[in-house]
Ligand binder design. Structure first.
Ligand code: AMP
Length: 430
């Protein structure tokens, strides 16, 4: 199958060539014609499937006709990183169309964003909080929106953004095309979908299962031996880029320091960093300055580094869905990847839940030369880094503090609402 069959304008096809895409991914094969047809879409697809181009290409095609220099397409995304990535993709894919895109997110000066909007853009990619700031200040006119995309809806729900989304919806024309994408489809997302979508066409790429190109393995290990085991595995795997997930910001930072000390080109991405430091870490990881990125879930959401070869769960995720999200970072767009998960005896129940969601058992591996019986050195036994028993752990402990949107500027409009009801068993999939 080729991109030519979509009959996209040659200016849009120029973008496809510029991005280096040769054939459409499954979500693009099914999503592009559906979006071009103009109806609402409910897309069940995770990051890494090519869903961004699946909605951007038909949007660009649509915007070629009609008025220029007014905001006609709005993409709402949960994190700055994801918004920046979508904006970048829109500018790459739309390079030959003359259409402009800009990203609006917190943590950076709003004046420059106002300036960009004033100059005239057709596509806006925004995080909910900052978009509401612009709406509140009257610096954006959303009355000409023709297409709305809600990307990573489940993540936006997890981050407490639904009240913000509902507020934003009030400023959009009722007559529009709405596309909703989510990697998982819990009841809350279905409810939002029933409110915002009209007779949607459902597009599902696989089940809520990771890309088949990813191979999974579990490494049982004691808490205090996680770093030595990671160092051992790093010796054996000369992967291109390795993304390591930790449970808290503090653990991401500490792991970054430990890896650097051991001579690895490592960095970290977590909510405590300034926007500049985050960008530097992301950019460095993308361009290969750093081979290893230690990150928390929220900081790493939607990260697109197409050459990630390994995702290592230094700490097991809190929910099976988060596992899917994490490993969605590897094996992207038909590359193969490995997903390793370190598990301690506390993690048995979560491993079962993940296996249930995957529909198969995950291979257990041991590293032969590794000394699994080494005693805990005193320094790594500090109580504040020890993992609390899972049963005692609530959502408020995520990222080492009250559950909140970690990107400070996004908290202004009530995005801090704790969710409090996060289930830890697999949800019904649909
Ligand atoms: P996404 O799921 O939209 O985050 O995309 C994941 C990665 O796949 C990004 O790096 C895209 O640039 C890349 N990609 C998207 N579509 C294609 C395609 N048709 N061929 C190759 N790579 C693609």
């Amino acid at each position: 199958m080729a991109f030519e069959q979509f009959n996209l304008d040659k200016r849009v096809m120029e973008g496809v060539r510029k991005a280096g895409y040769t054939s459409p991914t499954p979500i693009q094969e099914r999503g592009i014609p559906a979006v071009l047809a103009g109806g609402d879409i409910m897309g069940l697809a995770q990051t890494g499937t090519g869903k961004t181009a699946a909605f951007l290409l038909p949007i660009l095609q649509r915007l070629l006709k009609g008025e220029r220099r007014r905001v006609r397409a709005l993409v709402v995304a949960p994190t700055r990183e994801l918004a920046a990535q979508i904006d970048e993709a829109a500018n790459t894919l739309g390079a030959a169309t003359g259409l402009r895109s800009t990203a609006l997110f917190g943590g950076v000066n709003i004046k420059r964003q106002i300036e960009e909007i004033r100059k005239g853009v057709e596509i806006v990619v925004a995080c909910p909080g900052r978009l509401l700031d612009h709406i509140g200040q009257g610096t954006i006119d959303l009355s000409h929106i023709e297409v709305l995309v809600l990307d990573e809806a489940d993540q936006m729900f997890d981050m407490g953004f639904f009240p913000d989304i509902r507020r934003i919806l009030k400023h959009l024309p009722a007559k529009r095309q709405t596309l909703l994408f989510s990697a998982t489809m819990p009841d809350e997302i279905r409810k939002l979908a029933s409110e915002v979508l009209h007779s949607p066409k459902a597009i599902q790429v696989g089940r809520t299962a990771p890309a088949v190109t990813v191979s999974h393995a579990i490494y049982p290990v004691a808490q205090h031996l996680k770093t030595p085991l990671l160092l051992e595995l790093l010796k054996k795997n000369d992967g291109e880029s390795i993304l390591v997930f930790t449970r808290t910001k503090h653990r991401a930072k500490r792991l970054h320091e430990q890896l650097s000390k051991a001579g690895h080109k490592a960095t970290s991405l977590q909510g405590n960093l300034s926007q500049n430091r985050r960008q530097e870490a992301m950019e460095g990881f993308r361009n290969g300055t750093y081979r290893i990125l230690a990150a928390t879930d929220i900081a790493a959401r939607g990260i697109d580094v197409s050459q990630i070869s390994h995702v290592i769960n230094y700490d097991i995720p809190d929910t099976p869905e988060t596992y899917i999200h994490r490993i969605g970072r590897t094996g992207r767009a038909a590359r193969t990847g490995d997903a390793f998960t370190f598990v301690t005896t506390d993690d048995t129940a979560m491993v079962k839940s993940i296996e249930r969601l995957l529909g198969s058992a995950i291979e257990r591996r041991m590293v032969e030369e590794f000394d699994y019986s080494a005693p805990a050195p005193e320094v790594t036994q500090a109580p504040r880094t020890a993992r609390p028993p899972r049963a005692a752990k609530g959502p408020a402990q995520k990222e080492g503090g009250p559950r909140r949107q970690p990107h400070a500027p996004e908290t202004k409009h009530g995005s801090v609402k704790p969710r409090g009801t996060r289930r830890t068993s697999p949800r019904k999939q649909g």
